[in-house]
Design a protein around this ligand. Structure first.
Ligand code: CA
Ligand code: CA
Length: 102
C-alpha cells in the first residue's frame, strides 16, 4: 500500500485535520500507529515533531508542493551533483541538505 505523506488520518487529502493530528503526535497527546507515523513524518527523520507539523501546514497553505521526505529520493549526493543540471532549484537541494543534517 502506498504511503501518502502528510495524510496521517488517511482520508486521501492533506488538510489542516492532518496538521492537527500530526501536532497531537508531536506533542505526545496521541500515539501514532506505524503507518500514521510514516505519513506524518514528512521531513523523513523518523520522528513526528513540530517541524513536520509546520511542513504539513505549509503544504496545506500552498507554500510547498512536496515534502522533504519525497525530495530525499534519490540520495542528496545525487541532487547535489545533478540537481542544477536537471533544473531543480537550489532551494529544493537546500531543503534536503538541511534535513539530512538536522
Ligand atoms: Ca488527511
Ligand atoms: Ca519528522
Amino acid at each position: 500500500m502506498a504511503v501518502y505523506y502528510g495524510d496521517p488520518n488517511a482520508d486521501g487529502v492533506v488538510d489542516m485535520g492532518d496538521a492537527i493530528l500530526a501536532e497531537r503526535f508531536a506533542l505526545g497527546l496521541s500515539v501514532p500507529t506505524a503507518d500514521q507515523r510514516k505519513r506524518a513524518d514528512v521531513d523523513g527523520d523518523g520522528l513526528v515533531t513540530m517541524a513536520d507539523v509546520q511542513l504539513i501546514e505549509q503544504y496545506v497553505l500552498g507554500a510547498i508542493t512536496q515534502f522533504p521526505v519525497e525530495l530525499i529520493l534519490p540520495a542528496p549526493s545525487f541532487w547535489r551533483r545533478w540537481g542544477p543540471l536537471l533544473g531543480v532549484g537550489a532551494a529544493a537541494v537546500g531543503i534536503v541538505v538541511v534535513t539530512r543534517k538536522g
